[in-house]
Design a protein around this ligand. Structure first.
Ligand code: C2E
Ligand code: CA
Ligand code: CA
Ligand code: CA
Length: 281
């Protein structure tokens, strides 16, 4: 039996072995990161494509690991999602985002109508304590509900459509806005889109990336913007990097843009500076 066991072990590919081990050590390190406060937030401005004013910021998490340096969210969020650690991390992100934005609004650095958009993972979205958490964060940080926006990916919403609609309706009752993130990548049926109470639709970067070379992406992007407007949603284009993309998006009445053309994600200090330099932007 021992020998069989040893043989069986060979069925695991080198790769799989590696990823299981990496996964286990990441889980442990995420716990340490929570305890030792190695997480921080950066803020990426969202810009009005009509008057180029700042409409808000999206907060993005960063992990400064003492030995490994910066670990990107694409590597640890999926692990934290699987282990459930995302609930604790996400709760921290939500509260910190509201605290930091509240101070920027109070000191008149951000306009009063500016929104802070926070990413919500699938597990957070279906967490039964979510609403209570949202209400208490609004109360603690004293920000008006309309200043908070939750970004939920299209694929999260498609996991269980009926319960997603219910949760979204409950969120809407608190006055907090909902954005559908990475739109176009989650295979949603248009029949559902009209049933979701969505305020903002974010066109995924993969459609914006190859404008103006890819005529199909341009057709899809233009059609999505028109559809979203008919459904009374605000449209934000993700990953705007070039003047050509900006020009196309403006020609097609896209409301807002986010991307390196306007600004990379910024630390709080850098955001301060960006806002004072772009007062009439
Ligand atoms: P996302 O929500 O789609 O966020 C946009 C990502 O695109 C960010 O990557 C941002 O830095 C990057 N980006 C923005 N503009 C440009 C651009 O012009 N060009 C290019 N190439 N990239 C651009 P980031 O910060 O690495 O985050 C990756 C993903 O990790 C996010 O995708 C989101 O799904 C997840 N994430 C980040 N922070 C959080 C968080 O606090 N909670 C949860 N649940 N997920 C998070
Ligand atoms: Ca997002
Ligand atoms: Ca996105
Ligand atoms: Ca994404």
């Amino acid at each position: 039996a021992k020998e069989l066991g040893r043989n069986n072990f060979q069925f695991f590919s080198e790769d799989m072995n590696h990823s299981i081990l990496e996964h286990l050590s990441l889980e442990k390190e995420i716990n340490e990161a929570i305890a030792r406060q190695q997480f921080s937030l950066v803020f990426q401005p969202k810009i009005s494509l009509f008057d180029f004013g700042i409409t808000g910021v999206e907060t993005l998490i960063r992990w400064q690991h003492p030995e490994k340096g910066m670990i990107t969210p694409d590597r640890f969020i999926p692990v934290a999602e699987e282990t459930g650690q995302i609930l604790e991390i996400g709760s921290w992100v939500l509260e910190q985002s509201c605290r930091q934005i509240s101070s920027l609004i109070r000191s008149n650095v951000l306009p009063e109508h500016a929104k802070v958009a926070v990413n919500l993972s699938a597990r957070q979205f279906t967490d039964p304590h979510l609403l209570q958490r949202i209400r208490s964060v609004l109360e603690i940080t004293n920000i008006p509900p309309h200043c908070l926006e939750l970004e939920i990916t299209e694929s999260t919403l498609m996991e269980d459509v009926e319960s997603a609609i219910q949760i979204m309706q409950e969120i809407k009752k608190t006055g907090v806005a909902i954005a559908i993130d990475d739109f176009g990548t989650g295979y949603s049926s248009l029949a559902y889109i009209k049933r979701f109470p969505i305020d903002v639709l974010k066109v995924d970067r993969s459609f914006v990336m190859d404008i103006p070379e890819d005529k199909n992406d341009m057709a899809i992007t233009a059609a999505v913007i028109a559809m979203a407007h008919k459904l009374s949603m605000t449209v934000v284009a993700e990953g705007v990097e070039t003047q050509e993309q900006l020009q196309f998006l403006r020609q097609n009445n896209c409301d807002e843009g986010q991307g390196y053309l306007f600004s990379r994600p910024l630390s709080l200090g850098q955001l301060h500076q960006f806002l004072s330099e772009n007062e009439r932007l």
